[in-house]
Design a protein around this ligand. Sequence first.
Ligand SMILES: Cc1cc2nc3c(=O)[nH]c(=O)nc-3n(C[C@H](O)[C@H](O)[C@H](O)COP(=O)(O)OP(=O)(O)OC[C@H]3O[C@@H](n4cnc5c(N)ncnc54)[C@H](O)[C@@H]3O)c2cc1C
Length: 362
Amino acid sequence: MDLAIIGGGLAGLVAAFELAGAGRRVALYEAQAQAGGQVRTRHQNGYLIEEGAEGFVAADVAVPALCKELGLADQIIPQLERRSLLLRGGSLSDLSTRDGAALLGIPVPDESRPGGLSSLKAGMGALPHALLNTLKGKVEIFSDCPVTRIDRANGQWRLTTSGGATREAPNVLLAVPPRAAAALIAPIDPEAAALLETLVLTSNLCVSLGYPRTAVSHPLAATGFVVAPGNEGSEGLRACGFSSSKFANRAPRGTVLLRAFFRPEPDELHVSDEGWVDRSVRVLGAVLGLSGTPAEALVSRWPEAIPQYGPGHQGLVGELLGRLERLGSLHLAGAAYVPGGVPGAVRSGRDVARSVARPLPV
Ligand SMILES: Cc1cc2nc3c(=O)[nH]c(=O)nc-3n(C[C@H](O)[C@H](O)[C@H](O)COP(=O)(O)OP(=O)(O)OC[C@H]3O[C@@H](n4cnc5c(N)ncnc54)[C@H](O)[C@@H]3O)c2cc1C
């Protein structure tokens, strides 16, 4: 094996795709049963629910190029609505999408760019799914297999997985989120681990709700609304996406799909699904005129998942990569280091793979 990739989110999968294409022998370790990381689509009772990313900036070329290579180019679908709303003082008014993204604090979809967002017909989960299918037989994939430790042994990196198995590799790519990377790097380079700990990450929790169209009095002719700071009675709601207005085929005929976004405090992440659904229904009910109980509900928790690319971010990442470069054969990839959400993760996986595919130290 030439290289072990730890983390099967988009960055890790794309790196594996690129390296396998360059004839490298790769093993990929993913902690969860299902790869894809923050890109996860659920098909539930006719609803297509995005638990993480719902799309990618249409004007960015990274994802369309990858889709083309994977035979998914004809699956790309456009954003249907471009108008966004602002909830202030309990009522909704028009909002520029650029302001919306800024207010939301989500550094990803800049829907104000030409073309807005694009998505995939069968949901964003089709992207990791296609990558995994392409990698079958070319890359060793271990899912449900978190790596718990890496250290040096016999001039190689030795990986230990949660089951206690070990494996040696001359090169390692860490494509895990920053806190997981910090835990793995700490015994090798505590200063690099400390830098990883300083990257600012916020948590996200979203509640997807399906309703009969007749149970929502608002016309929903928009992408959704962002909550202005200080709006009374929003109980921590930051935004609501009108998922079925934004992209085609997200809800069965005669129904709609809404997605409420919260930025929970650590202790709120443990509140039951029921509690989050109740809170969402209460808050959205007052704004959109909901009646009855939702026909479908799904709560998705994303602790410390959203990187905040503040003014110090680029310098910090530069310092971090400089430290790792000195170690020579340990690499880092992910959207936490290359801004842009889904396109950032794709670009990061490709760039790192291309740089390590050249002369791999053995
Ligand atoms: C709610 C939400 C909505 C979003 N919406 C959008 C959007 O609309 N558009 C957009 O462009 N972006 C969006 N994003 C961001 C985008 O999804 C991410 O930036 C991108 O998917 C991150 O990919 P990644 O590979 O860098 O990291 P991740 O997806 O976090 O992948 C890391 C992987 O490492 C695995 N892992 C962790 N620890 C270990 C370990 N010890 N051993 C092995 N594996 C491990 C994890 O299980 C995971 O699969 C959204 C994110 C969230 C949470």
